[in-house]
Ligand binder design. Structure first.
Ligand code: HEM
Length: 238
């Protein structure tokens, strides 16, 4: 083994996993696994009848709402993790799961919003409007939901074609803002300084910092390619 291969992570080329296996085995498995949290909370809620002494705690409605919010932010961060993990490991096949994971983030955000409207507020639209306009963390959550919905609505191949790859890519950079806003919503919702939202924000910061570093590296490489003389002179000075 050379020194380089000992240091670099072992790449799994896409060809190692057949596209048919991804489509008919791995993707359905990921899909089914992503539905498990919802299935568990729905089953537990129905089985316990939302009673205050059941497995969902003294306030089952709050538990359900928070549980669904947690899964929305987890899928968001997972979607944001695809590019860095692919870059570090060279597991190129991961990109084939990014859309599905992002759509699950939206799905859980829809469930989280629905549980708030149906279970928490009992469709009291006046109260909901008051909450959206007066409670800052709910304002942030709602704006974030609308942004995420715009990405979900434009996630199809047809929409990529209609918008054009360049405009589509630009629009989907909104995922960075959505990740930050989701962490802010979580932090603001918990009163005082709490560890859990800080951990999520830290993970989000690392995932975004990877992109900044990759961008700066690419820019520096492009600069050197444009100006090989200066790059050579710089190297001579070092
Ligand atoms: C991208 C969209 C959203 C994400 C990722 C998200 C995520 C979260 C997270 C992680 C929590 C904290 C859960 C915990 O304490 O463990 C939370 C709480 C909460 N969210 Fe969201 N949220 C989003 C949108 C919304 C929207 C649109 C609303 C309502 C209009 C909303 C209302 C709430 C409420 C009321 C709570 C606190 C529940 C309580 O007091 O126990 N969220 N959300």
């Amino acid at each position: 083994m050379t020194r380089e291969t000992a240091i670099l992570p072992q790449a799994i080329p896409t060809r190692a996993i057949k596209p048919q296996t991804i489509k008919y085995v791995v993707k359905p498995l990921v899909f089914a696994s992503a539905l498990m949290p919802l299935a568990w909370v729905a089953w537990t809620a129905v089985a316990s009848g939302l009673g205050p002494t059941g497995p969902l705690g003294a306030n089952p409605i709050e538990y359900i709402n928070r549980f669904l919010g947690d899964w929305a932010i987890r899928f968001l961060l997972l979607a944001l993790a695809v590019t860095p993990v692919r870059g570090i490991t060279s597991w190129t096949f991961l990109i084939r799961f990014r859309r599905m994971i992002g759509l699950f983030a939206f799905f859980y955000a829809c469930m989280h919003l629905s549980s708030y409207i149906v279970l928490d507020q009992f469709f009291d639209w006046t109260e909901i409007w008051k909450d959206i306009t007066k409670r800052n963390y709910i304002t942030v959550g709602m704006v974030n939901f609308v942004l995420l919905a715009s990405l979900a609505a434009t996630s199809t191949n047809g929409m990529i074609k209609r918008l054009g790859a360049k405009r589509w890519t630009k629009l989907h950079k909104l995922i960075y803002v959505i990740g930050i806003a989701a962490c802010l919503h979580f932090y603001m919702m918990r009163k005082g300084v709490q560890l859990e939202p800080i951990i999520y924000a830290g993970i989000c910061a690392v995932l975004l910092a990877y992109r900044v570093a990759a961008h700066l590296k690419k820019k520096a490489r492009a600069g050197r390619a444009e100006n090989p003389d200066r790059a050579g002179a710089g190297a001579a000075h070092r």
